[in-house]
Ligand binder design. Structure first.
Ligand code: NAI
Length: 481
């Protein structure tokens, strides 16, 4: 029986391996992590991450051919293929701080693999890593190998949170990069055979190691760039009376451009886009390509601009002050159908409003109070580093922020409400009831263009939707920067 082990039971390791176990019943899959609470949660009825369909997959295989364990060394020792899916955060200190990927977790996993292995193994990079990481990993493994053969493959993951199970069942493609040697090609074939259990072989792309590593960074940079492009356009739409949804539709029907990823919003978030672009920028700089680096920097700058532009719009619309005003925040996760708050635009918007002395009442269907308060107390990039995350106490966050358990409670007596995540339930709220319970004039700032602005205006709200023609009220308010 082939044995697979995955180091890192996070948003990628957990769902990816669960689907692999489901689709390959004859393969034993162990997902291991140094975090005991995380593994305990994977072994409980309340999984550590919220992802539609995940519970069902885990329930079908856990205890049969899918195991979650903290006994990292035992499972690595026993396995033929070791996936490494640990976090690869942005460095916070030293050379490359604020840009380069911190490979501390990766390196320690590689050293451990070398230490405990007594048989040859295929080591698969599942984490997103800088191009040529495999070379460094190879050196660590080979120099500590005691004669054992390791083959390194790059197999970046393209799933999107919120649709992870669907994406894993039907990936657009699976990418496998390996060495151009006989042993490298044999390793590629072995991994290909695993995916071929459910992915058509013509959708399994095989490349050299460096192309696979770079393709993941490139894919995320292209996706984020589309969002920043449409968001930059949304600012121009507001200034000119054009409607960004109409513009995006007209642009996206060009088959060379395509309709996806053209929704204007308060900005992109998630653990990957910013981190991976910063990493790409750093690699361009290190390779003496400042023009290429500056091109990608702009994608992040526009995203920051969009978040601040939104928060400034809130303040300027409400007579240029939100001091002491109650503002309901609907949605804190970085997108719907996930409880993940890493780099969510809600953090920047909330922090900006708190700095302006607003009183926030926050509701998200999946994010816990403790997480929200931690997020609002943390320094940039700290969220993805294990130690600070554990040390952070949500004490810094004052009485300015309250987390509540439903949208009606959040909006009661509020002066304004901001929609920051596109949760479906926000579309069907009783806005008449909400209006009646809010202070007047009652403002809605829709950062995801999910509410029916026409209906809300009929009820009496002043509505701001991103990239849409402005209410006359908003037009008369001071310009936002
Ligand atoms: P995560 O932070 O949810 O999970 C990483 C896990 O690795 C943590 O549970 C941590 O305790 C564990 N870990 C760290 N060092 C370890 C070690 N030495 N031994 C055992 N366990 C260790 O991260 P996530 O989101 O799963 O991301 C993992 C990688 O996948 C990152 O490189 C990310 O960029 C990439 N990725 C993430 C996607 C996403 O949607 N979250 C999508 C595609 C790629």
């Amino acid at each position: 029986m082939v044995k697979i082990c995955c180091i890192g039971a996070g948003y990628v390791g957990g769902p990816t391996m669960a689907v692999m176990a489901l689709k390959c019943p004859e393969i034993e899959v162990a997902v291991v992590d140094i975090s005991e609470p995380r593994i305990n949660a994977w072994n409980s009825d309340r999984l550590p991450i919220y992802e539609p369909g995940l519970d069902d997959v885990v329930r079908q295989c856990r205890g049969k051919n899918l195991f979650f364990s903290t006994d990292v060394e035992k499972h690595v020792f026993e396995s033929d293929i070791v996936f490494v899916s640990v976090n690869t955060p942005t460095k916070t200190q030293g050379l490359g701080a604020g840009k380069a990927a911190d490979l501390t977790y990766w390196e320690s996993a590689a050293r451990m693999i070398a230490d405990v292995s007594k048989s040859s193994k295929i080591v698969v990079e599942k984490s997103t890593v800088p191009v040529r990481t495999a070379e460094a990993i190879e050196k660590i493994l080979i120099h500590n190998s005691k004669g054992i053969e390791f083959q390194i493959l790059s197999n970046p993951e393209f799933l999107a949170e919120g649709t992870a199970i669907k994406d894993l069942y039907n990936p657009d493609r699976v990418l496998i990069g390996g060495r151009d040697t006989a042993a490298g090609q044999k390793a590629i074939e072995a991994l290909k055979a695993v995916y071929a259990h459910w992915v058509p072989v013509e959708q399994i792309i095989c490349t050299n190691l460096w192309s696979a590593e770079l393709s993941k960074l490139a894919a995320n940079a292209f996706l984020a760039q589309r969002i920043s492009s449409v968001n930059a356009m949304s600012a121009l739409c507001e200034a000119t009376g054009a409607d960004v949804t109409q513009v995006a539709h007209a642009v996206g029907t060009d088959s060379r451009i395509g309709p996806k990823f053209l929704n204007a919003s308060v900005g992109f978030g998630g653990s990957c886009f910013q981190k991976d672009i910063l990493n790409l920028i750093y690699i361009c700089e290190c390779n003496g390509l400042p023009e290429a680096a500056n091109y990608w920097k702009q994608v992040i700058k526009v995203n920051d601009y969009q978040k601040i532009r939104f928060a400034n719009r809130v303040v300027s619309s409400m007579f240029n002050t939100v001091s002491g005003k109650k503002i309901a925040i609907l949605g804190f996760a970085f997108k719907k159908d996930t409880g993940d708050t890493r780099e969510t635009p809600a953090i920047d918007v909330c922090n900006r409003l708190v700095a302006d002395k607003a009183k926030l009442r926050i509701y998200d269907p999946q994010v816990l109070e403790e997480q929200i308060k931690k997020d609002l107390s943390m320094a940039r990039f700290d969220w993805d580093h294990a130690v600070p995350l554990q040390q952070i106490k949500a004490e810094g966050i004052s009485e300015q922020v309250e987390v509540v358990s439903d949208a009606y409670e959040a909006t009661k007596d509020a002066h304004g409400l901001c929609v920051l995540t596109e949760w479906d339930e926000f579309k069907s709220l009783d806005f008449k009831k909400i209006f009646d319970n809010m202070q007047k004039p009652a403002f809605v700032f829709d950062g995801r263009n999910v509410v029916d602005a026409v209906k809300l205006r009929e009820i009496g709200f002043i509505v701001y939707s991103i990239g849409k023609p402005l209410d006359s009220w908003l037009k008369d308010m001071p310009a936002v920067a």
